[in-house]
Write a protein of this length. Structure first.
Length: 151
């Protein structure tokens, strides 16, 4: 399931909603807004996206995870709008009968979301003004390992 939303989410409630007789493991990742990046203080981050296009791309990434691993359930929630340090941005939960599939698929999803999801991030950096967040080569490298290990 994919949800792109402005409002916050409750991690515990979302995990509790995962159900099924074959679930033996849940793996999750929750991304938060940082209060600093290197020497720069971050006062807030605004995430923008194109409705429709964003959900389509996230669904493609989720479908690939379901092809690669035997998942019983999967949830991706990504927020947009203005968020302050400490607020939740993204939640990924994967459910499988075994931990390895849950862990690997969760890592895959967050690596691909970081590099392929069509979100644009604008950081408010106090006296330094605003700055668009650029892609990081370390994120690209993390995603590339999954291309090399496609099942």
């Amino acid at each position: 399931m994919i949800r792109v939303q402005r409002e916050d989410f409750d991690v515990g409630a979302e995990m509790a909603a995962m159900s099924g007789n074959n679930i033996g493991a849940l793996a999750s990742f929750t991304g938060l807004v940082r209060g600093s990046d290197g020497d720069a203080d971050i006062g807030a981050m605004t995430l923008e996206h194109y409705p429709g296009m964003t959900e389509k791309k996230l669904a493609e990434i989720e479908a690939e995870a379901r092809e690669r691993w035997p998942l019983e359930d999967c949830l991706v929630i990504h927020r947009y709008g203005r968020l302050e340090p400490g607020e939740r941005i993204v939640l990924v939960i994967t459910a499988s009968s075994h931990r390895q599939a849950a862990l690997e698929s969760c890592a895959f999803l967050i690596d691909w979301l970081k590099t392929s999801a069509p979100f644009w991030k604008l950081e408010e950096r106090g006296a330094d003004g605003e700055e668009w967040v650029e892609a990081r080569s370390s994120d690209d490298q993390a995603a590339e390992k999954w291309a090399a290990t496609k099942k």
